[in-house]
Design a protein around this ligand. Structure first.
Ligand code: 4AD
Ligand code: MG
Length: 461
């Protein structure tokens, strides 16, 4: 007999004579002549209650059915007299699939700190909070794909191993073919001569440049993949490995880009509210009491839009003691970004037209010669959620910018070559997927929205 996921059992239309449920025991309570089990199988936040009468043939194993153990039960799905649950299972057959020593199992029925749970990343998906976070992660990824598919974008797969540095920030992980410790020493002429590609190779920091190449053939594309940054930023908002959503659109300018970024953010937030109600409620109740208001605001209110120059004026007028002093030309820091979104506008704000000197070489130079057609979406509690720009489609200006930024145009011959053949205005952006998840869950540490976070000094498995 097939097992019924708990999410389906709880929504059953009618009682059923025989049902099979598999799951992990959250709690067991014993009464005279029977026991109550709260079972969870990860399919939803809610548990299903199972009642095991001592008349059940295998009742003697109940002592081993402790918190954390895995069980399979056969039984009858009947209306539950208990509050808050429609159905429960009267067990007729009970089997223990895997025990969990009650003295050793770390997840006891109390609230554990996030720090503690990070140390047991292999077990934390079994808690309410992380189960909810990872279900939302899955649904949000689906929403991203649905959004772009419905708008006629093509999903393209850009390489993880690259020979270029998209952001020009030099924050790349170098890939080597040196053998792992304990593995036989490299033989000459083998792949272990650390020259596999015949040139330096890195893990990608962004799929943008390749996405641009594809947009010049397919029109509207997006990538959604892992990216890597070797920045030593031990902050709650940076990870060494994170996922990025990067649309790239031909025949589009920076205003189109801002419109797309706003529409996509609203779409995913709305999709999560509509499809993950129970999980979101958990976060609204226990993690962030203002979550619902903020998410409703994101969906219903237009984002603010200001130029970088206006943003700097607002910061100067704020009369705040900044850790990083404000003047025209600085790169906005998280404290500035959060002030604008959280305190000044009290909603997401898109800042555009940044000074060219603090932005990457590929951003389109504005007519003032000082700024580029960049745009960042800043959101309350997080700061930068999205970074993007219109791209420089003019060959001469692009080459000048590459040189100006101290980079070698030869390294980008394939990128500049595109400007020789049917170059068109185009634009795109990158949204950090983990930052989006922090926004929708209210979770304040990036380590808690990705199952196995990679940050400086942390790579357990
Ligand atoms: O602003 P970034 O560096 O932009 C780019 O990489 C562009 N090539 C994207 C594009 O135009 N296609 O990064 C984009 C976003 C940031 O706004 C942020 O949300 C996220 O990626 N991000 C990080 N998220 C987690 N950990 C890090 N270390 C991140 N660095 C950037
Ligand atoms: Mg950025």
């Amino acid at each position: 007999m097939r097992r019924t996921p708990i999410v389906d059992a709880l929504q059953a239309e009618e009682a059923s004579k025989e049902i099979k449920i598999c799951g992990w025991v959250r709690t067991r309570r014993d009464a005279k002549g029977f026991s109550f089990l709260e079972l969870n199988d990860g399919s939803c936040l809610k548990n299903l209650q199972a009642i095991v009468d001592e008349a059940v043939p295998t009742y003697e194993i109940i002592k081993d059915v402790t918190t954390g153990a895995a069980v399979e039960v056969l039984g009858e799905l009947v209306p539950s007299p208990g509050k808050g649950q429609k159905w429960e299972v009267r067990v007729t057959k009970l089997a223990l699939l895997g025990s969990a020593d009650a003295d050793d199992f770390p997840l006891q029925k109390k609230r554990h700190s996030d720090e503690f749970l990070r140390q047991i990343a292999h077990l934390r998906p079994r808690t309410n909070k992380y189960g909810a976070a990872f279900r939302i992660r899955s649904e949000a990824a689906f929403a991203v794909h649905k959004f772009y598919r419905d708008k006629g974008f093509f999903n393209v797969h850009t390489p993880i191993l690259t020979g270029s540095d998209c952001e020009g920030a030099g924050e790349m992980f170098r890939v080597s073919t040196l053998p792992a410790t304990g593995v036989e020493a490299p033989k000459e002429g083998s792949v272990f001569d650390n020259d596999f590609f015949g040139r330096e190779a890195n893990l990608t920091v962004s799929g943008q440049l390749e996405a641009e190449l594809l947009a010049m053939g397919l029109g509207k594309v997006y990538t959604f993949g892992p990216t890597f940054r070797a920045e030593n930023s031990n902050t709650p908002r940076h990870a060494a490995e994170f996922w990025m959503i990067e649309p790239e659109v031909a025949f589009a300018d920076n205003v189109d880009n801002m419109d797309l970024a706003e529409e996509m953010t609203k779409y995913v937030v709305k999709h999560i509210l509509e499809n993950c109600a129970d999980d979101i409620e958990l976060f609204a109740k226990f993690v962030d009491k203002e979550l619902m208001g903020r998410l409703e605001n994101i969906i219903n209110e237009p984002f603010a839009r200001v130029s970088y120059t206006e943003a700097v004026d607002l910061l100067l007028a704020a009369k705040k003691k900044w850790e990083f002093p404000v003047e025209w030309g600085i790169d906005l820091q998280t404290e500035h970004e959060r002030y604008l979104a959280e305190e000044h506008f009290k909603k997401p704000v898109i800042v555009y037209d940044y000074p060219k000197d603090i932005k990457a070489f590929y951003m389109r130079l504005n007519d003032d010669g000082k700024t580029v057609a960049a745009m960042d979406v800043l959101v309350p509690r997080i700061g930068e959620l999205i970074g993007g720009s219109q791209r420089e489609e003019r060959m001469d200006v692009l080459l000048e910018r590459i040189n100006e930024m101290g980079q070698n145009p030869e390294d980008y011959w394939w990128y500049t070559d595109l400007r020789r053949f049917g170059s068109v205005p185009h634009a795109g952006f990158g949204m950090g997927f983990e930052r989006l998840l922090m926004l929708v869950t209210g979770i304040t540490n990036i380590r808690d929205v990705i199952p196995f976070p990679r940050t400086p000094q942390h790579i357990e498995f």
